[in-house]
Ligand binder design. Sequence first.
Ligand code: GLN
Length: 487
Amino acid sequence: MTSLTDLTITDALSKLRAGDISSVELTQAHIDQIEKYEPQVKAYLTVTAEEALKQAQAADDARANGSDAPLLGIPLAIKDVISTKGVETTAGSKILKGYVPLFDATCVARLKEAGMVMLGKLNMDEFAMGSSTENSGYFTTHNPWDLDRVPGGSSGGSGAAVSARTAMGTLGTDTGGSIRLPGSFCGVASVKPSYGRCSRYGLIAYGSSLDQPGPFGRTVEDNARILQVIAGQDPMDATSMPLEVPDYVAGLTGDVKGLKIGVPKEFFVSGMQPEVEQAVQAALKVYEDMGAEIIEVSLPHTEHALSVYYIIAMSEASANLARYDGIRFGARIDGDDMIETYKLTRGQGFGDEVKRRIMLGTYALSAGYYDAWYGKAQQVRTLIKQDYEKAFEQVDVLVAATSPTTAFKLGENMDDPLQMYLSDVLTISANLAGICGMNVPCGFDDNGLPIGMQVFGPAFGEDVMFRVGHAYESATDWHLRKPALIS
Ligand code: GLN
């Protein structure tokens, strides 16, 4: 029999519904897996094993009484930037050490209503700033495919836990690629929803015009099941859209006949690892063989995306992070007066990357530079968005690589922030444009590391994105492989 930690969410739900397994057994199997692999992988900042078993028992009792719910009894874990009532939430930062939210983020509240069992909180780059999880204020997460390599970031814990089978699915957040990049580096499927598809209420804000929570899972279908639960308008977030959420699982037909797949030529960047490019080309061939039409498209402003993103994200971050002053949340280091207390708390509570971004963001927003930097970046952002709108007049989805390279070595990019920022070159424009995108595993490089491809849908076109991602998965078996370390 497949071990309980190898089950997909979809399979586990049928077994739970048939009474073949209980949620307590399923949850215990994941807790055992956490005990076995966490010392090496380090995906979790907090494990809530005891509480998880109570929730699992409650799920089994509810089922015994004839209830059901979309994720009843399924053990999941949550990125630590997402508020969880009664469970410490640090956003990977020392400045929030000891902060225990009084409320659940809307996405967590919805998962609980849908029957989730919560295993714990996952490691991340501090305040979601980074591409490797090495900026965590606590420790670095290791990639289960090669422990000397990064899991990607900033939701590195969310990717590593799904790949190490220490959670059946997870939530991450994506401001410029933080869901898709770790999906790619860890060889799992992961989704950045369209801006406004999910509520941001209860997410600790990084770049408010870019942030979205979204799922990780071992299959596209598992992702669809989680997004189904967390998507939809929320009165607590005025930017969540009052649009109907389609039935994503019902739309997984396995068929792409007649669909038009656009390939943005600007996404085949110089310096791309050859195996990555070959894997994406091979995936396009799979689609062609299934009856899709492949069309080259152009997104001419792509070359400006990285600069625009880092100006906007840092500007928004500098404003959002002003609230951490040692008075209201988390850690406080007392000085002789209030100013000294702010200085000590912020000086010691924030890591280097966060300070760098607060400084650059404050600079870009300052009176003399606002128009030249922030204002200009917003104008170019509109051009980038228009590129996508034009492309989606011609095609149903876009396909490209998720990252120019596979997972890099721990420490490799730590002294060179610009090199680190380049990991996001293929993911960030989706956030600037507000469209949806997902990572789907599409091969391995010569070192046995996973390669990921992105499928982009138009804004609120998650249904077609899922359909295209799922069709590829049905025709290939990359997503079924697991790291040699993990049993
Ligand atoms: N790596 C990018 C950054 O550091 C994206 C992070 C994210 O999506 N949260 O800003």
